[in-house]
Design a protein around this ligand. Structure first.
Ligand code: ADP
Ligand code: ASP
Ligand code: MG
Length: 464
């Protein structure tokens, strides 16, 4: 079996969905388990609906939810219009999902109160809408397809908006559900991103979480391959939306891909790699607008050569500097500091320490940072450095390569570097610079590592 996940742009409209169905049609002999995201921008729209409802802004809320309904009904007409029974069944499903949503957001609006639990329920609607419509379209094309409810498969804890999967439960449930769904079918389809607690309360896996759903299902059924179909030719040497002249990587290791995703490359949800590694299942990143392309294969590290693969970045970073003379010679101080980050659920990226100071970087968009600062201030002096950005060069064993380290630093000499960190795994070298310098720093490190380096090698071996 093969898991095929299609992201928002791969299911954005009638044309994209038709292309996606053709891609699945070509893989029927491999028993495809299709995982779909919400249509492009629909989850953002659902967030806006939540926001309007929680601010008691009923007119805006109603306008936005009418947009949501109209977009999906129009899609049904375009995709399914040739069969009136299929069309009316799909439209009434869209109506029933939207009606249910309107009831929930209406209640939120009346109260002006939005719990994390209600929010998870509301923002799951996008995947239920897309998966129902796409399932109908696949059946209409003659691909016998069964829709499975991801909430019965992806069991999580109750951190509603960024829920942690319970792997043992997922492994116990998914194979039987999938096998049963395949009975007499060519393909099966389910929602990415959405999940539920053991007690059946709705949760979600965090933004971009459909990739994670695909790899959790892949792990549970021992899939031959997990395919992530998106809008770029594969994993690239940097984000092509921000950096010029990026190259597509043929292959990279699980560790490199995980590191890239954790350090800002949006192409994969940061936790996607973990379940795949557990069963050593290759992940392929492919372009649904160019299905003939080779894409990028993510494999066990033994099969991957050393060297730099990519430059990732995070734009919105805050440095928290923690000073205390008590740190000197007092064991347990560091544990106390990081205990607070863990308790408040704030994740830390880079850490550097000296005798009386710990500096950490955090993604500034995280909630609860104020609580962390308050708790730390009770026993240490805390200073915050705003408007910083983090650039990470990632590749197997690059940290052990002195020439490489020198190269990474050369383009940054004109800018202030606030922190440097080289992971113990030698896979990641990260720098913190001013946000205003980010674009220039990333582009010049990228050009130097991927173009000038090749040119120097060429000159070294071939002369001018
Ligand atoms: P999907 O909706 O298919 O999940 P995403 O928008 O989440 O797609 O991810 C694909 C996007 O990731 C690309 O359009 C690209 O801009 C961005 N991206 C960031 N870093 C990289 C990288 N190193 N390689 C490829 N794409 C990247
Ligand atoms: N629809 C969700 C989001 O936009 C999940 C995903 O696309 O992977 O975050
Ligand atoms: Mg994504």
């Amino acid at each position: 079996m093969v898991v095929m996940k299609f992201g928002g742009t791969s299911v954005a409209n009638e044309e994209a969905i038709s292309r996606t169905i053709s891609i699945v049609e070509g893989k029927l002999s491999e028993k495809p388990i299709v995982v779909v995201s919400a249509l492009s921008k629909v989850t953002d729209l659902l967030y806006k609906i939540c926001d309007a409802a929680s601010k008691k802004n009923r007119i805006e809320m109603l306008e936005l939810s009418a947009q949501l309904r109209a977009r999906h009904l129009e899609l049904c007409e375009k995709l399914l219009g040739e069969d009136s029974d299929v069309l009316s069944a799909a439209k009434s499903k869209v109506d029933s999902i939207c009606n249910e949503l309107d009831t929930i957001v209406g209640a939120v609006c009346t109260l002006g109160e939005l719990s994390e639990r209600s929010k998870a329920l509301i923002i799951s609607a996008g995947e239920y809408l897309s998966s129902n419509i796409i399932c109908s379209a696949m059946n209409l094309r003659g691909i016998k397809t069964k829709l499975m409810n991801a909430r019965n498969m992806i069991v999580t804890g109750n951190d509603y908006m960024k829920a942690e999967p319970v792997l043992a439960e997922i492994e116990a449930r998914v194979p039987a559900i999938v096998n049963e769904a395949f009975d007499g079918m060519d393909a099966v389809i389910t929602q990415g991103f959405v999940s539920a607690t053991l007690g059946g309360e709705p949760t979600v896996l965090g933004r971009g979480g459909s990739d994670y759903t695909a790899s959790l299902i892949g792990m549970a059924i021992d899939a031959e391959r997990i395919e992530i179909w998106t809008d770029v030719d594969g994993v690239k040497t940097a984000d092509p939306r921000s950096v010029r002249s990026t190259l597509t990587l043929d292959r990279l290791s699980f560790e490199e891909a995980a590191e890239m995703a954790h350090f800002g490359a949006k192409v994969l949800h940061p936790l996607t790699i973990e379940p795949a590694v557990k069963k050593n299942i290759p992940i392929k990143v492919l372009n649904s607008t160019n299905p003939e392309g080779k894409g990028t294969t993510i494999l066990h590290s033994d099969m991957i050569e050393d060297g730099v693969k990519s430059v990732s970045f995070k734009e919105n970073i805050l440095i928290i500097n923690i000073f205390s003379t008590k740190m000197i010679d007092v064991s347990g101080f560091v544990a106390k500091v990081f205990g607070i980050f863990s308790e408040k659920n704030v994740s830390v990226d880079l850490i550097s320490t000296s005798e009386a100071n710990i500096s950490v970087t955090v993604d500034a968009s995280q909630e609860n940072i104020d609580d962390v600062v308050k708790a730390l201030s009770a026993f240490a002096k805390v200073e915050l450095d705003y408007n910083k950005a983090q650039v990470s060069v990632i590749g197997k064993n690059i940290g052990g390569n002195n020439c490489m380290l020198k190269e990474i630093f050369s383009p940054v000499s004109e800018h202030t570097v606030y922190m440097v960190s080289q992971g113990a795994s030698y896979i990641n070298v990260s720098l913190v610079v001013d946000k205003s310098a980010l674009q220039e720093v990333v582009q010049s490190i990228h050009d130097l590592l991927f173009f000038q380096a090749q040119m120097y090698d060429y000159i070294r071996y071939n002369g001018y």
